[in-house]
Design a protein around this ligand. Sequence first.
Ligand code: SF4
Length: 275
Amino acid sequence: MPYSVSPSSISSFKQCPLAYKFSYLDRLPEPPSPAASKGTLVHRALELMMCRPPTDRTIDAALADLDVARTQLVDDSEFADLDLTDEERARFHAEAEELVRRYFELEDPTTVHPIGLELKLQADLGKVRIRGIIDRLELDADGELVVTDYKTGRVPSEFFESKSLGGVHIYALLCEETLGKRPARVQLLYLSKPEAIIATPTEQSCRGVARKTTALWAAIEGACARDDFRARTSRLCDFCTFKPYCPAYGGDPEQALELRGPGRVIEPALPVAAG
Ligand code: SF4
């Protein structure tokens, strides 16, 4: 059984139980992708900017923070293993810079009052442990909590808008459970367009999230008990690292363990001798 669930693991299980098993239970490594690494870089730059006094949060400061983030992350395998050509690397950094610039079209950072950045929260809901990392938790002008999640990917179509808010509604529930206060607002800041998608959590929405999360945990428990993680094909299969090992495409899931590479098996510790 997994130790807990998070917005990303919930979304993974819903999309495809088999891919969830590969990622979250077998913990098979996935190669870094430029899109995800760019997101990490931009998140770090905005986090650094928000650590500055409000009046210092200018575009120039944010771009300087992007440079700092680049230096901090350069040796991280998420970046070092990207294997980009010089041209691709230049485009990667130009796009990261563009995302940071666009952030300033969405809000005025000098008016933001953050009380938590990359904030880790955890709550037990019955048998389920929920964990999440909130990009930014802040107080609005009325002293109410606001949850902000930066997004560097494409803005979802209107049809998928409410689905895209699933993660921040879980954060709202986590705030309610751990801080005793439900946020007045949750928002996704899509830097690519830029566009903000905003929702107001309610008693009903928080109870709904709690109910759905409990039901999903029961589904994970059932899948673990039966060792039955079905492949669920969708358009996302084209981006799935595990496709060569997926039975839906003629692969053998047992072979996926080779993704761990040589020398990655950890032997159990020897028992300590008594007396
Ligand atoms: S290829 Fe598709 S069906 Fe197979 S594991 Fe990946 S996401 Fe699931």
